[in-house]
Design a protein around this ligand. Structure first.
Ligand SMILES: N[C@@H](CCC(=O)N[C@@H](CS)C(=O)NCC(=O)O)C(=O)O
Length: 329
């Protein structure tokens, strides 16, 4: 078991010789969710997790697509002053994610290891030490490390405290967003990683992934966003995988010649990258493998429905006053 010091501010360097590789023991007879903390933030929360300014903190990782979904949503939901965020180090050993010089100490608890936050919530914690993780200052414990629902709660629960720049989980499109997720989750978000598996499993994942890219490319030829007329959670979930694809899983172009082989999909990805919520939450250095060639994310996108860049957004609810086209979100 790693040695933990309650008063450490920063962890010692990654040391797999001493601590081994990060692993968690999964037990077939353990009925609990794999990502065990599944608290939801709502006004009616039975656990008392009500939406309040300054109450919660997001532990995230720059490298992590699941974290970036949440940091993008935080920006689009207008929550940058409502919910604080900090970033674990990009590398880990058997102790799990940790706080080191590059991204600074844990500003909430002063823990050196993220594991300490989990252990403070559940004695003897032996589950995933994962990001994203939402922490509650009021109860001094983890609310959720369920990447599926943290973003949804940020997008929907804080209306009394912040005005969303774009409503990313609108009621009328929720079913469609989740239908997309049921397809894109395995085919693209997990598929981009599964391609590296040996044998027929990897080959099948590759075929499914490229098929999904082709389907998306055709869909995005005539529409700016995946679902409905505005940017939604469906776009966020897809984009975090796209931005990592050509510099991570496909850095040697072993899966396909690059996203540019799907011109509409690639233009769509660049279009989203023009938005500050996407650009400012992206740190290419945290997920780009050595020797990868960075595609030109700044090439103009020229998308259907894209207006010339407008001035700063005006009015409280821009969805009511028209589409989000050209609005710097
Ligand atoms: N991989 C999870 C989503 C969350 C996740 O994997 N986060 C990573 C960082 S990108 C992590 O912290 N992994 C540690 C762990 O899951 O134990 C899933 O797809 O079910």
């Amino acid at each position: 078991m790693p040695r933990l010091s309650r008063f450490s501010r920063l962890a010692s360097p990654v040391d797999t010789a001493t601590y081994g590789e990060y692993r968690i023991a999964t037990r077939a007879d353990d009925p609990r969710p794999r990502y065990r903390f599944t608290g939801r933030i709502t006004e009616e929360s039975p656990a008392g997790f009500t939406p309040r300014v300054g109450r919660y903190h997001l532990y995230a990782g720059w490298f992590c697509p699941w974290s970036q979904r949440v940091t993008i949503t935080r920006a689009l939901a207008g929550l940058t002053d409502v919910l604080s965020v900090s970033y674990v180090d990009n590398h880990r050993d058997g102790r799990g994610w940790a706080f080191r010089e590059q991204h600074g100490p844990d500003p909430v608890n002063g823990f050196a290891l993220l594991r300490q936050a989990y252990e403070a919530t559940e004695e003897g914690f032996d589950g995933h030490v994962s990001v994203p993780m939402l922490w509650d200052r009021a109860t001094a414990g983890v609310v959720s490390n369920d990447f599926r629902t943290i973003g949804i709660d940020l997008a929907t629960a804080f209306r009394r405290h912040a005005t969303p720049i774009v409503e990313t989980y609108p009621e009328e499109y929720r079913d469609e967003i989740e239908e997309y997720d049921a397809w894109l989750g395995p085919a693209v978000n997990h598929g981009a990683q599964a391609v590296a598996r040996p044998g027929t499993e990897g080959a099948a994942a590759r075929a499914t992934l490229l098929d999904a890219f082709a389907t998306l490319d055709a869909r995005l030829a005539t529409r700016r966003y995946l679902v409905g007329p505005h940017l939604t959670e469906a776009d966020i979930r897809l984009w975090v995988t796209l931005v990592r694809f050509d510099v991570g899983p496909n850095s040697r172009r072993t899966i396909c010649p690059g996203l540019a082989a799907y011109p509409h999909l690639w233009a769509y990805a660049r279009d989203l990258y023009t938005l500050p919520a996407f650009r400012r939450t992206t740190d290419f250095s945290s997920f780009t493998v050595a020797d990868a060639v960075l595609p030109d994310w700044h090439a103009p996108a020229d998308r259907p429905g894209q207006a010339a860049p407008a001035g700063p957004p005006r009015g409280r609810d821009r969805r009511r006053s028209g589409p989000a086209s050209g609005i710097p979100v």
